[in-house]
Design a binder for this molecule. Sequence first.
Ligand code: UD1
Ligand code: UDP
Length: 363
Amino acid sequence: MKIVSIVGARPQFIKSAPLSREIRKKYEEILIHTGQHYDYEMSKIFFDELGIPEPDYNLEVGSGTHGYQTGEMLKKLEDVLIKENPGIALVYGDTNSTLAGALASVKLHIKLGHIEAGLRSHDKKMPEEINRVLTDHISDYLFCPTKTSVENLKKEGIRNGVYLVGDVMYDSLIYNIKIAEKKSEILKKLELNKKDYLLLTIHRAENTDNIENLVKILNSLSKIDEKVIFPVHPRTRNVIEKYKIKISDNIVLIEPLSYLDFIKLEKYAKKILTDSGGMQKEAYILKVPCITLRDRTEWIETIEDGWNVLVSRDENKIIDAVKNFNPKNKQRNVYGNGKASENIAKILKESCDVSCLGGELHE
Ligand code: UD1
Ligand code: UDP
């Protein structure tokens, strides 16, 4: 059977790496890159470093408004899917590439699998929430990372084809952190001591389209006596440059990093400040306190277990968390046992051997 995997944005390359390895043991995989992310540091660096196979197609859609970007992807994906006629299409996470891949596939009656199904922030202002809700409701296979995500789907009446498999990002992190430990020279390169710096990332619409919010975060961090390493997403760099936002001396702006450099930097950070989805999870797994620059999160277990705190853009909360948020709580085993990718490949095989009709709830 032929499986098409559709990726396009940084976290999707990272998620697809372990699953692609598993899929290729049993099936023919066709990899489609929508071209949503295209800078070397946002795309090719991950293929090179993680040994992800060269995409069979790069649709080179690039940047634009939501409608433009999703529409262009839809048109171009349809052509490729008709040509390749796969048995299953897999989409990852919650970006515009996810939604376009999902829509293009189901309209052609191609069975659809959603990796990282069932997550909810319950905030429709976040474009990611729209993408994940719509994708879940048209998927045949819903591969859930956590028990909460299974419950979220149940509440929306989705029970068939739901599988609790664990988290593919967890697979990726535990596989690569030992490699990063040995290979990455990032601490030396940036002249950093372990647990002596904060790591910051910002890229979500709520903190970049709303310039006031970005300024509030950066101002808050200018008032603390800590070195802040800030690998800057291109979206955020554009805003900083366009509005000439002043950056204080304790904040060190650098280019986005490769995965191995980045996870090493995460592991040895004193604390992580971020609006990223994936980084909240990685901070939890690496047992680094996470201060989340948002009002809500879909990774609710990290909050419940006390390793993550939502501070929005509130200066007092940000400064207080940087100074005083020092969780010691015991963690549950939330993200599985590092076999999410293996589980997904196995389920695809079993289901397709029978009828290609989706499965029952497996917990
Ligand atoms: C997208 C996802 C977001 C995810 C993030 C991962 C959507 C709606 N959002 O957000 O969920 O967390 O990816 O990083 O799909 N740009 C470049 N070079 C690039 C890529 C982007 O310069 O290689 C700039 C462009 O100006 C572009 C802007 O960044 O307009 C935003 O890129 P886009 O892919 O639309 O959204 P992200 O913010 O990256
Ligand atoms: N990441 C990376 N280099 C960076 C910043 C992030 O490799 O400079 C990785 C990070 O380890 C995580 C993923 O990118 O695995 C998160 O992607 P991002 O924050 O862009 O998206 P989100 O998870 O919010 O969708």
